[in-house]
Ligand binder design. Structure first.
Ligand code: PLP
Length: 394
């Protein structure tokens, strides 16, 4: 069995979530809009999932819109607010380190006349509150920022940033909490946000299920037209089993967070120390204000994709920057925004732990990862000194 260190990409579905989902895929398969018994049972399960999801975020049930994942929740938030507010203004503000679900959605809106302001970040990936403040004008209708970054794990100083946005009137705040949700306490009232996105597969729920928190009274233009589901905000027959699996997984993640987060931080630190003991390896992202199970490094003189492939060969599953950009030869937009030159922005390795990661796995990773990188570097030196292999066996 390989050691799975890619929990920022996705997590396994936890048993409790699967068991809660199974009846809704089999005997209780009804459509929640149907009036008969099976339909009513599905409706009751969906209502309960909404209540439990809302409670975990300290929201009201009517403020939860179920979606097909983080990307759809973000699309609904950004496009929904942008179009609903078009008469007031066309300026939308975000940061350079957002997930492509945010950046590409905003680039799409740009084609329709919206002005997109992308704020720079510091060496760790944090937005400067003064720069944010200065970017907001009376034409700004939306600011979208992530609570924690998927590639480098940095946690934004969100309370400070939101305070600065709130000094301006009429600006909706969307927070991408997709990576933060498993590990950080999320209270939408305390955070003082209008919209917040989560995705179940990051906290051991099913893939293809997410939710958008939409503060009651926030006006948004729905993006999927059809039936009356989700209070007209997202048409289409609901993924009842998905919503139930997400609610169960989220509730458990919230209940276990107090134990899981410090345990992961300790294991991550052990791995970090072992990897950083190699020469020419640098931690990316903030050294302390980062997600507990998140380690991201640049191993100079080693190509990130090659490190990931070599680690796979020794039984460790991890990734370069982000799973969604794997296969692309472009340098990471996150590392570029942090100020890394292009060749280094291609060379990163991300190792992300999750609730199911064990101490034994990390002990093994502590041996294998530095050894693999050291072997690759040694092999590269041999190849550089004898590119045609003429000395081999001579
Ligand atoms: N936002 C962040 C920060 C993410 O890490 C991801 C997924 O990796 C998403 C959004 C997109 O979520 P989904 O994969 O559920 O569409």
């Amino acid at each position: 069995m390989s050691i799975y260190l890619d929990h920022a990409a996705t997590t396994p579905l936890r048993r409790e979530a699967l068991e809660a989902m199974l009846p809704l895929l089999t005997e209780d398969f009804g459509n929640p809009s149907s009036v008969h018994g099976p339909g009513r049972r599905a409706r009751a399960a969906l209502d309960e999932a909404r209540e439990r999801t809302a409670a975990a975020l300290k929201a009201e049930p009517r403020e939860i819109v179920f979606t097909s994942g983080g990307t759809e929740a973000i699309n609904l938030a950004l496009k929904g607010i942008a179009w609903a507010g078009k008469a007031k203004g066309n300026r939308l503000v975000t940061s350079a380190v957002e997930h492509h679900a945010v950046l590409h959605t905003l680039r799409h809106l740009e084609k329709f006349g919206f002005e997109i302001v992308v704020l720079p970040v510091d060496r760790y990936g944090r937005v400067d509150p003064d720069q944010l403040d200065a970017a907001i004008t009376d034409k700004t209708t939306l600011v979208s920022l992530m609570l924690a970054n998927n590639e480098v794990g940095t946690i934004q100083p969100m309370a400070d940033l939101i305070r600065r946005i709130r000094a301006h009137r009429g600006v909706a705040i969307h927070v991408d909490a997709v990576q933060a949700a498993p590990y950080m306490a999320i209270d939408v009232r305390d955070l003082d946000v209008d919209l917040l996105s989560i995705a179940a597969h990051k906290f051991e729920g099913p893939k293809g299920t997410g939710a958008l928190y939409l503060r009651h009274g926030t006006i948004l233009l729905p993006q999927i037209q059809g039936g009356t589901q989700e209070r007209y905000r997202r048409a289409g027959t609901e993924n009842v089993a998905g919503a139930v699996g997400m609610a169960v997984a989220l509730e458990l993640a919230v209940a276990e967070r107090g134990d899981v987060a410090p345990r992961l931080a300790k294991l991550r630190d052990r791995l970090r120390d072992a990897v950083l003991a190699l020469p020419n390896v640098e931690l990316t992202g903030h050294p302390r204000k980062r997600l507990p199970g998140h380690l991201s490094v640049i191993a100079r003189e080693s190509d990130g994709a090659a490190v990931v492939m070599n680690l796979d060969l020794v039984g460790i599953a991890c990734s370069t920057g982000s799973a969604c950009t794997t296969g692309s030869t472009d340098p990471s937009h996150v590392l570029t925004a942090l100020g890394y030159p292009e060749e280094e922005a291609r060379g990163s390795t991300r190792l992300t732990l999750g609730r199911t990661t064990t101490e034994t796995e990390i002990e093994r990773a502590v041996e294998l990862i530095p050894q693999t990188i050291a072997n690759m570097r040694a092999a590269a030196v041999v190849v550089a000194s004898d590119p045609l292999g003429e000395q081999v066996g001579a």
